[in-house]
Ligand binder design. Structure first.
Ligand SMILES: *Cc1c(COP(=O)(O)O)cnc(C)c1O
Length: 356
């Protein structure tokens, strides 16, 4: 039953089944071996030589980790906010008492490197937070260019990127692009069950964290790294999900990252074409459209719950718009395990509905 929703997405049977392996004590050689090889494979997906910390949390936990570890109480963070998840990250900053600024644009437009440059000329920031793939709007921000301008204008500022709905489905090169902290969670582009967070964390980020007081405990990156170095975690990990992660990373690397990116961008192009062929407009401006989820404008009278009722009879489901754009947009996800054949089946059913 393919779900065209941006998370939690369908999980391959083999991956779901991996969770049923017998429990191992997490401080055993057997479990440490699984943890070690999973972390090594994550580095390949993150395209980093540093490390990927694994948390028993969803992605939002790592939003909290970033602000707690990188922003001193008398420091300041800049949140590039052109969507709902970026706004949430800003709210996490405020809720943790960290001086937080928003850099806003219209939600259909990207945060550009020029906008970030202007902000950095006015104020010093400990971290700049940007969402690579805004799942609420189907917009992809130019992270590579943003990271470059931050390093050029403010070399001690950390570049923190949320790639929750894109990493492994769209190209993000942590080391080559100069991303200091790259976070994602398990239930979107990785096509795992919900419950794991992954944070690519470089040495610069760890050194900065060591200077920041009151990092808390559960998401203290310095403590997480101390245990990761021994192939473990400070508290009990989500063992069953780690088993599933190990298997899913084998599948991802067997497909090959380049092939995986190509599969997603082909599905994105097909979805955009389908929308245009049916006189729908895409929400984000051209050049900044997501590879993993398409947000399409609609008339308020076009009822997505009625459409979904029809689709559910055929075992399929799409997503409504998000937040303020719920009445005027809908979303078709094309991430995780989905293939072009799944997309064609969806479009055939939607065509039937539109004719009906
Ligand atoms: C879903 C999502 C989040 C929140 O992640 P959780 O794993 O649900 O906590 C954050 N950012 C983006 C871009 C998302 O799509």
């Amino acid at each position: 039953m393919p779900m065209f929703v941006p998370g939690p997405v369908d999980v391959a049977a083999e991956v779901a089944a991996a969770q049923t392996q017998p429990m191992l004590p997490h401080r055993s050689k057997e479990f440490e071996a699984i943890f070690h090889r999973a972390e090594g494979k994550l580095r390949q997906v993150f395209m980093t030589q540093s490390r990927v910390l694994i948390t028993a949390s969803s992605g939002t936990g790592l939003h909290e980790a970033a602000v707690r570890n990188f922003v001193p109480d008398d420091g300041r963070a800049l949140f590039c906010t052109n969507g709902a998840f970026a706004n949430r990250w800003y709210e996490v900053g405020v809720a943790n008492g960290k001086p937080s600024d928003k850099l806003e644009t219209e939600w259909s437009h990207p945060i550009t490197a020029e906008l970030v440059a202007d902000a950095l000329k006015k104020q010093h920031y400990d971290m700049v937070a940007v969402v690579h793939n805004e799942t609420s709007t189907g917009l992809q921000n130019p992270v590579k260019e943003i990271a470059a301008v931050v390093h050029e204008l403010s070399p001690d500022t950390l570049v923190c990127v949320d790639a929750v709905s894109s990493l492994s489905g769209a190209r993000i090169e942590m080391d080559a692009w100069g991303i200091d902290f790259l976070l994602t969670s398990s239930q979107k582009a990785f096509a795992l069950p919900p419950g794991l967070g992954f944070a690519g964390t470089n040495d610069r980020a760890l050194e900065k964290a060591k200077t920041v007081k009151n990092r808390g405990w559960y998401f203290d990156l310095v403590l997480l790294e101390k245990h990761r170095a021994k192939d473990s975690t400070p508290a009990t990990p989500a063992n069953s999900l780690i088993y599933a992660l190990d298997v899913q990373l084998d599948r991802i690397l067997a497909e090959g990252l380049e092939n995986r990116y190509a599969r997603h961008s082909a599905m994105a192009a097909r979805t955009q074409q389908w929308a245009e062929d049916h006189d729908f407009e895409l929400f984000p401006i051209e050049g900044y459209r997501s590879q993993t989820v398409s947000t399409i404008k609609k008339a308020e009278s076009f009822d997505i719950s009625a459409l979904n009722k029809f689709l559910l009879q055929r075992g399929m489901r799409i997503a409504s718009g998000y937040g303020p754009f719920k009445p005027t947009t809908f979303r078709i996800a094309h991430m995780g395990e989905l293939t072009m054949a799944d997309m064609e089946a969806l479009f055939a059913a939607m065509e039937e509905y539109l004719k009906g």
